[in-house]
Design a binder for this molecule. Sequence first.
Ligand SMILES: [Zn+2]
Length: 292
Amino acid sequence: MSYNITAYSTALFSTWVNIEELNLLFDVGDGVSSGLLQKARKIKHVFISHPDRDHITGLPQFVQLNAREGFPKIHYPKDAGSFPAMNNFLKQFDPHVIACEWIPIEDRERIEIKKNIQVEALRNEHVQCPVGVHKSLSYKVFEIKQKLKPEFQTKTKREIQEIVATHGRDFITYKTEKNILSFSGDTPIDTYSKWDGSEILIHEATFLKTEGDAQFESKGNKHSMLDKVLKMVSEINVNQLILTHFSSRYHKKEIDAAVLKLIKTYGIQIPVHVVYPGEIKRDILNASPINE
Ligand SMILES: [Zn+2]
């Protein structure tokens, strides 16, 4: 299945990523409603990585326009106090938004967003806090499939129906899952295995060079460097890469040159897409990758 992914992502200013077919939104930065217009109404599940303002300030308008009984469901890292504060404020500001649901989640928790589609939260180290405290999360989307056990594969349709009638469907099937998409949120590079096997990886790459920036690192929150992201991707299994969250200090041409150089250095063969600072990129996977 191909996904229509639209994103805006510029470090410090705003990040949001919409996967249309999954009725899914990662992060709710400024401009998400004006960027998606009526498409925003299709969103049922929102997963927010952390409470930095560039990931949440689109909430007032998004919730105001789209609140309906039980939706959207807004999932957030359970120990980040900004979310209950925002929820309380918004309910007073626009009383009808009480219809939408706010759900605190933690590391390894899974939420079913559609039949056979689950989103798993994974702790990351963007915000320094003790293990067991959840302030910053990455997310992985899984597609669950029931497959016929090998010993039943030669049976006829009729035989299968009889077995199911007697023993139930679970008796003849086993569960497999595919990591169809992963969203890093803001994070430093973590263990490579975290993203290994992601069909689509959306990863932040705030910095092109090794220097940090007091503006971004003021709270000690950690980010990724392009070089390290591409090195990691070259050593794991990923089918498509979308780079996001670049600092606005970099010009488009500078980003292109750096990405292309590193793709060569690390011998990366998969399509690599770039979400440039200051630009909404629509239907990303159907656009030409930078390394076409
Ligand atoms: Zn950010």
